[in-house]
Design a protein around this ligand. Structure first.
Ligand code: URA
Length: 438
């Protein structure tokens, strides 16, 4: 009989658990035999005392094996995980781009979390696109065309989902071992052989400073390797939103424009770097050679073709690759925020922009809320750019006047200004890739 009280006390007093105890605990929690109040006490003990190397490994494996696990047979699969940001449409482009570079990508994605958007929500904007594939269809598609993106099924690592919900209401989300086991267990259950992590850092990310982002990146790489998975992490800037558009349809629009050789440079550069990382952990090529290959495939239109093939394979309308404005739902009402005097933009606070888009209806205020896929904002002036009095800074697409009124204070307070012609040189020279681990 599993003794949960002793288990909690051991962690409370800084002791270590055996592999067997951890497996029993996770099984008992998943089945409901361990009640939430005892699991919560243990989570808080871990928050303070941590989990040592072997414990963390066993806990992660136990979470991964708590439900269905995917397997791709002889295919070597690479997956990518972003810790989440504002305007982070990277997955939409990266998955087909990496596939054109010869990487087999089976990407499991989630809905938006907090003030950050989710890939599954964005893909829902493409008419007909099936965001939840059966495991057979998922693996068959990867085998046939090299890539697929699917929402997490509730059967994958179900104990992780149960722990996550409990952490969310017990103040135990920001614990390094709990974050790492949560992320890596889902990747392991998803059947990939190698992972690339995009650890976002800055005001629009969960990790606001470089030190904590680097700690997380190192911990993710070392846990993955301990579990036999090749892995690499890039630490990327999320002080201001990525690209110009934030929303769901609007981010698909921007992803297509980058795939067509237009669109913002920051999105293009991040995607190329992450694709370079995926190529380099999957082949003999170096990171730099991987980036060069990815740049070529993005610029010669191969990645756009692969995006179209993925959309068709998942039942979506591939006209989104040619005439996205006529295919995607885009809100008809617009509101513009303009400069009240001549100025230079010193900073655009990504978190406030994310919170604003959520209030427009582009994200969920509570679990299960429906999303308005058509709303979004376009940032016309970013850090370091000058604006004349009356010039537009931000364009808002919205559907509901009351929601716009709720969102406006977030957008209006997102900007910090300096005097006109006082260039914020250090921000003009934005560094996108802040670090590389592994
Ligand atoms: N994302 C996850 O999947 N898990 C965490 O614990 C934090 C961020």
């Amino acid at each position: 009989m599993f003794d949960m009280i002793s288990f909690i006390e051991r962690k409370r007093d800084g002791g270590a658990h055996t592999a067997e105890e951890i497996r029993e605990f996770v099984l008992n929690f998943a089945s409901g035999a361990v009640p939430d109040y005892q699991a919560s006490a243990w989570l808080m003990a871990v928050y303070h005392a941590g989990l040592k190397g072997e414990e963390l490994k066993e806990f992660t494996l136990a979470l991964a094996q708590s439900g269905q696990t995917l397997s791709f047979g002889d295919l070597r699969i690479v997956d990518k995980h972003s810790t989440g940001g504002v305007g982070d449409k990277v997955t939409l482009l990266l998955v087909p781009l990496a596939a054109t570079c010869g990487v087999k990508v089976a990407k499991l994605s989630g809905p938006g979390l907090g003030f950050t958007g989710g890939t599954v929500d964005k893909l829902e904007a493409i008419p007909g696109f099936q965001t939840h594939l059966s495991s057979e269809r998922f693996s068959d598609q990867v085998r046939r065309i090299g890539c697929a993106i699917s929402g997490h099924s509730a059967d994958l690592a179900p104990a992780e989902g149960k722990f996550y919900a409990l952490r969310d209401v017990t103040g135990t989300v920001p614990s390094l071992p709990l974050i790492c086991s949560s992320i890596v267990s889902k990747k392991i259950a998803g059947g990939a052989d190698a992972f690339v992590f995009d650890v976002k850092c800055g005001g629009g990310a969960f990790m606001e400073d470089y030190e904590s982002a680097e700690k997380l990146a190192r911990a993710l790489v070392s846990l993955s390797r301990a579990l036999g998975k090749e892995s690499m992490a890039l630490i990327t800037d999320m002080d201001q939103p990525l690209g110009e558009w934030i929303g769901n349809s609007t981010e698909v629009l921007e992803a297509v424009s980058v795939l067509r050789g237009e669109g913002p440079k920051d999105v293009k550069e991040i995607v190329i770097n992450l694709a370079g990382a995926m190529v380099s952990i999957d082949s003999e090529l170096s990171f730099e050679e991987g980036c060069a290959l990815a740049r070529k495939k993005l610029e010669d239109g191969s990645a756009l073709e692969a995006f179209g093939a993925m959309i068709r394979a998942q039942g979506g309308d591939d006209r989104v690759c040619r005439t996205p404005e006529t295919i995607l739902p885009l809100a008809e009402k617009t509101h513009t925020i303009s400069a009240s005097e001549d100025c230079t933009v010193q900073a655009v606070n990504a978190r406030k922009i994310g919170e604003g888009v959520k209030r427009l209806g582009g994200g969920r205020m509570s679990l299960g809320d429906p999303i308005d896929l058509s709303v979004g904002v376009r940032i016309l002036k970013k850090n370091g750019v000058s604006a004349k009095q009356g010039e537009a800074l931000l364009e808002i697409l919205y559907s509901d006047d009351a929601k716009l009124a709720d969102a406006l204070p977030y957008f209006e307070s997102a900007y910090t200004f300096g005097k006109a012609n006082e260039p914020a040189e250090e921000t003009v020279q934005r560094r996108l890739i802040l670090g590389k681990i592994g």
